[in-house]
Write a protein that binds this ligand. Structure first.
Ligand code: ADP
Ligand code: GN1
Ligand code: MG
Length: 368
């Protein structure tokens, strides 16, 4: 029962009201997330998010929370300067009784809490195409607010998170080690990534060559990491700020398209269902670029489709690496889940490759 797992934890946060219930949200692949309900004196209900930070992924939770605070403060100040009411538009932290925004428990687990943002949805799949335009606008606006954020103030919460070259080496090392005894049947899959090795290096090469600028980026721009307002249908708040770090705009764009412009779920087992919805591709692109058209460079625009290929390939390879390592990083819902995810992302990558020229024509048409 959830209550038994968290009853010692919830006492450690300054929640208002009387505890009513807790429910686990299972859409995220990394942290453990609960929604807590508290009854208020006037009979209304207030909700909070409680999260156990995954320390396999995030080795230093205190530095992680410092990053998130810096980012949220920066965005809040930028909104204030633009006379934007920041209510429900940024994450609001709850203090723990240890005096910080983290509670470190006796089992060496780290917990944090946010105010639950009401009347909004983090969609796992697209129900209304306009929401994907809004997701693009939301992530674009996030970029816009962080444009002048000093990157050197941020800790790399996961070093080399989108260093696809190092991800490839980690994949090769996992294959060599074969610690879960799963490699023998994966010959086709291994070839797939060797065949794409050069493509995977391209964003890093263009960044090293100074063609693409480094920016502060979100780095995990799945559709369910932006809340859409129920009343207005507009993007409300970008969440899941654990991976905000130095990066390329191509990562944020590419990851969002990877997830949202697919015709199937990220872990679809029936590969015949997986394709690219070019209408959704265009909607997201329009929303994203509309917010950053003053700052995005022509080289970034031209290379946006490269971001889609690299990030889809990187994630396919990360899922396969985790499968080979015995499922130690991503949460799995069944034993072969990471392999199914890898196959789905490999198929999706092939579909994006087929649409590459069409994507390229579209984004180049946006250059002024
Ligand atoms: P993960 O890193 O595991 O993906 P997230 O921070 O994205 O964790 O949280 C998981 C889910 O919890 C989100 O997709 C969203 O549905 C919900 N959520 C997280 N923070 C909030 C919030 N402040 N208000 C409302 N819902 C939230
Ligand atoms: C993880 O935390 P979540 O579920 O939003 C992962 C992303 C992957 C994504 C795939 C810190 O994101 O990199 O793209 O799963 N986050 C981390 O669904 O590894
Ligand atoms: Mg998330």
């Amino acid at each position: 029962m959830i209550y038994n797992d968290i009853k010692h934890i919830i006492k450690q946060f300054a929640f208002q009201g009387k505890y009513i219930s807790a429910e686990e949200l299972t859409s995220g692949n990394i942290n453990s997330t609960y929604v807590l309900k508290y009854e208020q004196a006037d009979g209304s209900c207030k909700r909070y998010i409680l999260q156990k930070i995954n320390t396999v992924a995030f080795k230093n939770p205190h530095e992680l929370m410092t990053n998130i605070q810096l980012v949220v403060n920066h965005i809040t100040a930028a909104m204030a300067r633009s006379k934007v009411d920041c209510d429900r538009k940024t994450l609001e932290f709850i203090c723990s009784k240890q005096g910080s925004y983290i509670y470190h428990d006796d089992n060496n687990q780290y917990w944090r809490s946010y105010v639950f943002i009401d009347d909004a949805v983090a969609y796992d799949s697209i129900e209304d195409p306009q929401h994907f335009y809004e997701a693009g606008r939301g992530f674009g606006e996030f970029q816009k607010y962080l444009f002048d954020f000093p990157a050197d103030k941020l800790t790399a919460t996961i070093p080399d998170f989108h260093n696809t070259t190092k991800r490839f080496y980690a994949f090769v090392a996992a294959v060599a080690e074969d610690r879960a005894g799963r490699v023998a049947s994966l010959e086709k899959e291994i070839d797939f990534f060797f065949d794409r090795r050069k493509m995977m290096n391209k964003i890093l090469a263009l960044t090293d060559a100074g063609v693409l600028p480094e920016r502060v980026t979100h780095n995990d721009t799945k559709l369910n990491n932006v809340l859409i307002d129920n009343t207005t249908g507009k993007a409300l708040c970008v969440i899941d700020l654990d991976t905000v770090m130095s990066g390329s705009i191509l990562y944020d764009y590419g990851d969002a398209i990877r997830y949202g412009a697919s015709t199937a779920a990220e872990d679809e087992a029936d590969l015949t269902k997986i394709g690219v919805d070019m209408n959704l591709f265009r909607l997201f692109t329009d929303g994203f670029v509309s917010e950053i058209n003053h700052t995005i460079t022509d080289a970034e625009i031209e290379n946006l489709p490269l971001g889609v290929l690299v990030i889809t390939c990187e994630l396919a390879m990360r899922f396969l690496t985790d499968y080979i390592n015995g499922d130690e990083y991503f949460k799995v819902k069944y034993p072969e889940h990471n392999l199914v995810r890898a196959h789905a992302q490999m198929k999706l990558l092939e579909e994006f490759e087929k649409h590459y020229d069409e994507m390229q024509d579209y984004v180049c048409g946006l250059i002024k």
